[in-house]
Design a protein around this ligand. Structure first.
Ligand code: UTP
Length: 284
């Protein structure tokens, strides 16, 4: 039933300036692959067939990344670099499978998702934030497997002193895998947080969320927040949190991005040994 996914990539990425002045944050590579490609592969592994990107100014590199580069392909072919050629061809989605809509101003994640409303239709849709990178099983696949209607978010336990960086849920019934979401608040102070269960950037939302977002109400940081729209539906729409099995890296922050590069490097058979040796020598 869930065949479409939205990838909001319209943010300014100010925490990564100057790297993101002319280049999208979602094109930052972890080892050898841009963040956005990991997200697209995670969605494809979950059976997603239509990929909707919400882009903005300075984001054309993302469109180019998912298109043919005939000059590059011809050069690789002429040089007999067949492995590299297969690599760049394998990451292409089929004709018409990728759609782009432009967010005219970075007014928040809720606004970005709302910009995709005309491309979604009547079925629930997945939303993936590429800067939340997950090592391990496809998080979206785990969510779709556990999904039985309504809205769903991926959740994880976070340190109490970091609640201000997350949407935090008020949990209801919790079987250790799926948690009932009774409340949701964006970026609460640690002393005001209803729990330490935080939302990470994977969602399944019903089309009614777009109607709620029509009001364009601004929340935390003066932005139109997706979590506020989800919170408004509590009581009228079932809402679940899914504890996923993988390890999540916040690649929107410098420390998370560095950790991701090390973790993905150590998980790469070709790099693991040299990287481990270097780290061991480097650390006192
Ligand atoms: P962030 O909250 O990390 O914001 O967005 P940001 O602007 O990208 O980065 P900083 O905080 O300035 O460093 C989370 C995700 O939501 C998208 C971003 O592109 C990112 O994938 N987003 C955010 C939008 O598409 N539009 C927005 O208006 C805001």
């Amino acid at each position: 039933m869930i065949k479409k996914a939205i990838f909001p990539v319209g943010g300014l990425g100010t925490r990564f300036l100057p790297a993101t002045k002319a280049m999208p944050k979602e094109m930052l590579p972890v080892v050898d692959k841009p963040l956005i490609q990991y997200a697209v592969e995670e969605a494809a592994a979950a059976g997603i067939e239509e990929f909707i990107f919400v882009t903005g100014r300075n984001k054309t590199a993302i469109e180019d990344h998912f298109d043919h580069s005939f000059e590059l392909e011809a050069a690789l072919k002429a040089k007999g670099k067949s492995d590299a050629l297969s690599l760049v061809k394998a990451m292409m989605r089929g004709p018409g499978a990728v759609q782009y809509v432009r967010q005219q101003q970075a007014a928040g994640l809720g606004h970005a998702v709302w910009c995709a409303r005309h491309l979604v239709g009547d079925d629930p849709v997945a939303v993936l934030l590429a800067d939340d990178l997950i090592l391990g099983q496809s998080c979206v696949r785990e969510m779709i497997e556990a999904y039985d209607g309504g809205n769903m978010v991926a959740v994880m336990d976070v340190p109490r002193d970091q609640t201000g960086a997350y949407g935090i849920i008020t949990p209801g019934g919790d079987d250790g895998h799926v948690v009932d979401v009774r409340g949701l608040v964006e970026k609460p102070r640690p002393d005001k947080a209803p729990s330490t269960i935080g939302v990470v950037g994977r969602y399944i939302i019903t089309p009614e969320v777009f109607t709620t977002l029509d009001s364009q109400e601004r929340g935390a940081g003066g932005e139109i927040q997706l979590t506020d729209a989800l919170a408004k539906q509590i009581g009228s729409t079932p809402f679940k949190g899914l504890r996923f099995s993988g390890e999540r890296f916040d690649c929107g922050s410098k420390i998370g991005f560095l950790q991701a590069n090390i973790a993905f490097g150590l998980a790469d058979g070709a790099l693991e040994s040299d990287l481990r040796d270097w780290i061991t020598k480097r650390l006192p």
